[in-house]
Write a protein that binds this ligand. Sequence first.
Ligand SMILES: [Zn+2]
Ligand SMILES: [Zn+2]
Ligand SMILES: [Zn+2]
Length: 474
Amino acid sequence: MRVRLLGTGSADGWPNPFCDCRSCAAERAAGRSRRPSAALVDDRILVDCGPTTPHLTGHVSLRDVEHLLVTHGHPDHLQPMMLLTRSWVDVGRRLHVWGPEQAIAACRAWVGPDADVDLHVVGPGTTVELPTAAGTYAATVLAAEHHHGDGDVLAQEAVLYAVTAPDGDRLLYATDTGALPASTIDAVGGRVDLVLIDETFGDRADHGRGHLDLTTLPGVLDALRAGGVVDVRTLVAATHLSHHNPPAEELRPRLRHLGVLLPDDGDLLDLAVPGGRPAERMLLLGGARSGKSTRAEAIASAYADVGYVATAGQRADDPEWAERVALHRARRPEHWATYEAGDGIDVVDVVSAAEAGTCVLVDCLTLWLTAVLDRADAWARAEAGDRVGVHADVDAAVDALVDAVRASRATVVLVSNEVGMGVVPASASGRLFADLLGRLNARVADACDTVTLMVAGRPLDLTPQPARRLAWSL
Ligand SMILES: [Zn+2]
Ligand SMILES: [Zn+2]
Ligand SMILES: [Zn+2]
C-alpha cells in the first residue's frame, strides 16, 4: 500500500491564512503550508476530498480514483463540486462515493442523471468491498467521536475508516475524532500498518471532545496498542494539524516521544517493504554543550530498539573524561544496546547490521574521526608533511561510513561537532583536524535526509528546501 498525503492540515490549514501567531509565522517562514486533510491510497481510493484536494500540485492525478471514502460532511472534508468538474472529463471509469447520510445527500445535487458516479450511504459496523482495477480492497466503517455540540449533525454522523489492501496492508484513517470509542478499536479488527491520527489542537486543551491534542493523543495511542491495532512496526503519523500546535521544528521531537511522525503534505508513505518503521538519516551538528546529544537521544527514544554507538572510548588516565562518559551512560535508557567503539567494534559495522525499524545513534563523529586519524598515525605524518597520504586514508574511511549510512535500513542519527569557526589552529595537526572534520560533516550531510545545527539548545534546520521527500517504507 502506498498512501499519498494530499493534506495534513485542519479546516483552516496551517498556517491559518489570517493569523500571524508564532506558530503560523514560523511555518510561513519555513515555506510550509498544510491543506485540509485527505489521503490517496494506491491512486485508487481517496479518503476525504476537501476544497483544496482536487487542486493538486506536482504529478498527482485523481484520474484513477474509483472510490471516495467520506468521513463526514464538514466542508474541509467534502467539497462535492469536484463531482461536477470530474464530469467535464471522460474519465472512463465509475466513481463510487461512500459516506454517512448527510454527506452523501450533499453530493446528490452535483451528480447528473447520466454521471458515472454511484453514491452509497454507510454507517459504523459495516464493511464494504471496494473492487478496483488493482484488486479488491475492503473498508470497515467505524464510529468517530467528533462531538461539536448537539446542533452539528454533520459531526454527529462522522465516521473513520479501516482500509485493507488486496495484499493485506492496512490503514486506519482516524480524523476528525477525539478519544476513540472502545467499540471502534474492537471493530478495526486487529493490527494495522499505518495510522493517520487526528492531532488538531497541539497545546490547546479547551476545545471539547471532537479532536485530539498533545495531552489526549497519548491515551488514544495506549488504547490502540492495548487493542492490538498498533504495535512497534505500525507507522503512526499525525494529521489535521492546526496552528494551535507549536512550530513543526518543536512539534516533531514532541511527537517522536510518542512514537508519532510528523509528515508534510505530499509525502508518500510506502508500506510495500516489510520490516518496520521508516528509515531516516539525520545529522545533528553543534558546538560543545549546544544540546545536540540531548536532541539526538530524544529522537532515538521514539524507537523501541536502539543501538547506541559511543565513540568516546576510554582514557585510563583521565578521571574527568571518565565522569563525562559515565554521566552520558546514566542518561540513556537501560534497554538501549550500547556499543563502545574501539574494542573491535566499528561504527560502519553497527550501522550496516542494524535492521529495519530500529534506530542507530552515533555520538559522535568527531571522536570517530579522531580514532581514524590515530589508527592512520596521521598526526606524525601530517607534521612530517604527508597531508596528501593522510587525506587519502581518511577519505577511504569516510567513503565506507557514508556508504553504510546511505544503505542503512534502520534510522541513523549521527552527532558531530561544528568546529573551525574560530581562529585557524596554530598547529599543523589542529588545522588538519578542522579541515577533515569539515569535509566529513559535508559528506555525511549529503547522505542525510535532515541536517540540523544546534545552537544554544535551539535547532536550526539546514535541510535543503524544499524538504526532501522521504521514501518511507514499513
Ligand atoms: Zn476537519
Ligand atoms: Zn496562527
Ligand atoms: Zn469535522
